[in-house]
Design a protein around this ligand. Structure first.
Ligand SMILES: Nc1ncnc2c1ncn2[C@@H]1O[C@H](COP(=O)(O)OP(=O)(O)OP(=O)(O)O)[C@@H](O)[C@H]1O
Ligand SMILES: [Mg+2]
Length: 352
C-alpha cells in the first residue's frame, strides 16, 4: 500500500483545470521531486496534500485513510514553502515552538524540542533573535526546523532553496538529504532546478500542464525519456526530426535531416516512413578523427570552453548537433571534420 496516494485527483480554479486526473503514489521514506514549467500545477498539488486547498474531484489517501476532512495541522505534514515565511514578530525559538503549541504540547517538552531542533541545524545560539536579524540561509534552516519539530510523517518543500546562493544551496541540499535519511522522512520536494532534483530524489515526476509526463528514478528519466517534452526538460539534448527507415523489436533505423542514418536500440516500433523525433544527449556523441562504421561526418562550427569540458557545435547540411567532449581529449580544429558515432542504446525515439 502506498503511503500517499492521489487517486484521480483534479483541481480547477474557476473554468481552468490546473491538475488533471492525477494518479500518484509516494512510498514511505521516499524522496520524490516534482519538476515542471511554471504553472504546471506543482504548488497546487502540495497545497492539496497539506490541506490548504481542496481537490475538485478525486481522493487523497495517507496510510490508507482519506485525508480530505482533516484540517492541515491534523495531517502530520510539515511544510517549507517559499511564501510561507517565518513569523516576523516572533523570535526564532517562538517560531519553532509555534507548531508544538498548536498541537497542545507541554511547556517543558516544547522547550526541549525547540532546543534540540535548533541545535540540529547549528542555530542553537540564535533562538532569541528575530527573523530579520538572520541571513537568508539561516532563516531557511529555521523554516526547516519549524517544519520538522513536531516530527511530521511527511515534509513538503516548495522551492525551499530558491532564494539562496549556490554555496548555501548546496550546503542545505546536503542537510535536507541527511535529515531525510536520518529521520526516515517522506519528502515531496518542488524545485525548478533539475540538477537539484537529480541529486536529491529517489524519483522525479515531471509535470506538463497539470499532468505527469513521466515519473521514475533520476537515471530513468534522464537516460530513457519517454517523450520529447521530458527529453528537453531534463538536461540538454539534441532533439532531431527523423524518418523511420526500418523498425522492429531489435531496433529502429532512422534517417536524419540531410540523409545520414542513426540507429536506435530495442524499444517501441514505428511504421516505416513515419515521421518521428529522436533525442541524443550531447555527452553520448562520440567523436573520431577518421570515419568509422556508421559514423556521421560533421563539420566543427564552434568550440566553447566550459571549464571542465568542451561544448562543440557540429553541422552537416541542415543537421545541427551539440556534443560535449572532455578537455583532455583536445579540441578539434574549427571548420575541420568530426566523425560522430552514437551507441544505439543512447538514442531515444518518440512519435513526432
Ligand atoms: N488560487 C488560485 N486561483 C486561481 N488560479 C490559481 C490559483 N492558484 C494557482 N492558480 C493557477 O493554477 C495553475 C498552476 O499553478 P501552480 O502554482 O500550481 O503552478 P506551479 O507548477 O507551482 O508553478 P511555479 O513553478 O511557477 O511555482 C497556474 O496557472 C496558476 O495561475
Ligand atoms: Mg509553485
Amino acid at each position: 500500500m502506498p503511503f500517499i496516494h492521489f487517486q484521480d485527483v483534479s483541481k480547477s480554479f474557476g473554468q481552468t483545470r490546473v491538475v488533471e486526473n492525477l494518479d500518484l503514489e509516494v512510498e514511505k521514506g521516499e524522496f520524490l521531486s516534482l519538476l515542471g514549467p511554471s504553472g504546471s500545477g506543482k504548488t497546487t498539488i502540495l497545497m492539496m496534500l497539506a490541506g490548504f486547498e481542496n481537490a475538485s474531484s478525486g481522493t487523497i489517501l495517507m496510510d490508507g485513510e482519506r485525508i480530505e476532512d482533516l484540517p492541515p495541522h491534523r495531517r502530520g505534514i510539515g511544510v517549507v514553502f517559499q511564501n510561507y515565511a517565518l513569523f516576523p514578530h516572533m523570535t526564532i525559538a517562538e517560531n519553532v515552538a509555534f507548531p508544538l503549541q498548536m498541537r497542545g504540547l507541554g511547556k517543558a517538552e516544547i522547550g526541549e524540542r525547540v532546543r534540540q531542533g535548533l541545535e540540529r541545524v547549528r542555530l542553537g545560539h540564535l533562538g532569541d533573535r528575530r527573523p530579520d536579524q538572520l541571513s537568508g540561509g539561516q532563516q531557511q534552516r529555521v523554516a526547516l526546523t519549524r517544519a520538522l519539530v513536531f516530527e511530521p510523517k511527511v515534509v513538503l518543500m516548495d522551492e525551499p532553496l530558491g532564494a539562496l546562493d549556490k554555496q548555501l544551496r548546496e550546503e542545505m541540499q546536503l542537510e535536507i538529504r541527511e535529515l531525510h535519511r536520518r529521520l526516515g522522512l517522506t519528502v515531496v520536494f518542488v524545485t525548478h532546478d533539475q540538477g537539484e532534483a537529480l541529486t536529491m530524489s529517489n524519483r522525479i515526476a515531471i509535470f506538463d500542464k497539470g499532468r505527469i509526463s513521466q515519473i521514475g528514478t533520476a537515471t530513468a528519466v534522464y537516460d530513457h525519456p519517454e517523450n520529447a517534452f521530458v527529453a528537453q526538460f531534463i538536461g540538454e539534448t539534441n532533439l532531431l526530426n527523423a524518418t523511420v527507415a526500418a523498425s522492429d523489436a531489435a531496433g529502429t533505423v532512422l534517417t536524419l535531416e540531410g540523409g545520414p542514418e542513426l540507429r536506435a536500440g530495442p524499444g517501441p516500433t514505428f511504421r516505416q516512413g513515419s515521421v518521428v523525433m529522436t533525442s541524443v544527449r550531447p555527452e553520448r556523441l562520440h567523436l573520431h578523427d577518421d570515419p568509422r562504421l556508421g559514423s556521421i561526418e560533421t563539420r566543427v562550427d564552434d568550440v566553447v570552453y566550459q571549464g571542465d569540458h568542451l561544448r562543440l557545435h557540429l553541422s552537416r547540411g541542415p543537421l545541427r548537433l551539440i556534443a560535449r567532449a572532455e578537455r583532455r581529449l583536445g579540441a578539434p580544429a574549427l571548420g575541420g571534420p568530426a566523425h560522430v558515432t552514437v551507441d544505439p542504446a543512447d538514442v531515444a525515439v518518440f512519435p513526432a
